[in-house]
Design a protein around this ligand. Structure first.
Ligand code: SP5
Ligand code: ZN
Length: 343
């Protein structure tokens, strides 16, 4: 399958995120993109393409104009406020219950309004990289729309935690949702099956009230796992979208036994929906000992996953989401994609 990649992501590079009460080394780092690219090349997974430029229009089909504007200008506004020797922009105040969810010209307030965690720093290259990742997802969607069986959007930063006016979880623009909406705008029926260990809260929120896009996510039980505030089984859609969102929260420590059953259940739901295109937000942070994860997939489990997805027999777009264990990241991704192709 074709892989879409750009080295623009390299500029989205920061040193630390804030968690567990202190600054910790960044996990979502440029080396991730390079490692995945190397593995895809080494395994001959497909010709590499640079992304085409789609402009802001398909992004604005999913994200609000004000949100896009804040992201685009966040770094210059942050450095103008706090000084130019800073390494990263991380908000430190949020609109809690009973407070007003508004921002003025103040960038601290803007980031608190639009961001939901302290693990998603903004730096000078963040907007350009996020924008390029959206173009990568759109280019992959265009390949599939023009008749390719599948395409891999090697997106970094990832996207599935980002909602229409919310960033967080290392995500700024929801690459998979932007690709989905682009295909919907071409008359396609789209299902998304999110296999990252974290709930795809952004994708869920974007399509929650819609029956024309099916959103499914398999992830660590939010009762004990990030992002905590969404991903429960009773989130099944609102209004016309009732029944078109499904969550499969699994206990931490889950291995292929439990995980494979969820894949089967979600696959059945995909078949019943009968989409024209499947989008798979692909996270391999399900791997045993992933530093941000908590599941125990390993070895041939990623081939099993790719094979199960391939057997759905649908035109498929993969977007890259999480995966932070650097020694296995590339091979886990390549295992999913090559088993998909062989299925
Ligand atoms: C795309 C994606 O995989 N985003 C994941 C973002 C999770 N980041 C914050 C995790 C903070 C939890 N800290 C607990 C660490 C215990 N080892
Ligand atoms: Zn994840």
């Amino acid at each position: 399958m074709k892989t879409v990649y750009s080295d623009t992501h390299e500029a989205h590079a920061y040193t630390s995120e804030f968690e567990r009460g202190h600054l910790t080394p960044a996990r979502e780092i440029p080396a991730r993109g390079r490692l995945i690219l190397d593995a895809v090349r080494a395994r001959g997974i497909g010709p590499l393409s640079e992304p085409a430029h789609f402009g802001n229009e398909p992004i604005l089909r999913v994200h609000t104009a004000e949100f896009v504007h804040v992201l685009e200008h966040a770094w210059s506004r942050w450095t103008a406020k706090y000084g130019f020797d800073l390494r990263e922009a991380i908000p430190s105040v949020w609109p809690g219950r009973g407070m007003r969810n508004i921002h003025t010209e103040d960038i601290e307030a803007a980031l608190g309004c639009y961001g939901f965690d302290t693990a998603t720093p903004i730096v000078a290259g963040t907007w350009t990289a996020a924008r390029a990742a959206a173009d990568i997802a759109l280019t992959a969607a265009q390949f599939v729309s023009r008749g390719e069986r599948a395409a891999f959007a090697l997106t970094r930063p990832p996207g599935h935690h980002a909602a229409s006016d919310l960033y967080g979880g290392y995500c700024f623009l929801n690459n998979a949702a932007i690709a989905a909406q682009y295909l919907v705008d071409q008359g396609r029926r789209v299902a998304l099956l999110d296999v990252d260990i974290h709930h795809g809260n952004g994708t869920q929120a974007i399509f929650l009230d819609r029956a024309d896009v099916l959103t499914l996510s398999i992830h660590g039980d939010p009762e004990r796992f990030y992002p905590h505030f969404s991903g429960y089984v009773d989130e099944t859609g609102t209004g016309a979208g009732e029944g078109f969102n499904m969550n499969y929260p699994l206990p931490l420590g889950s291995g292929w036994g439990t995980y494979g059953q969820a894949i089967e259940a979600a696959s059945e739901r995909v078949r019943a929906f009968a989409p024209d295109v499947l989008i798979v937000p692909l996270g391999v942070d399900t791997h045993l000992d992933d530093p941000v994860g908590g599941f125990r997939l390993e070895g041939s489990d990623f081939q099993r996953l790719g094979s199960a997805l391939g057997k759905l027999g649908l035109p498929t777009v993969f977007t890259m989401e999480g995966g932070y264990r650097l020694d296995t990241l590339g091979s886990a991704v390549a295992d999913v994609l090559s088993a998909f192709e062989a299925a």
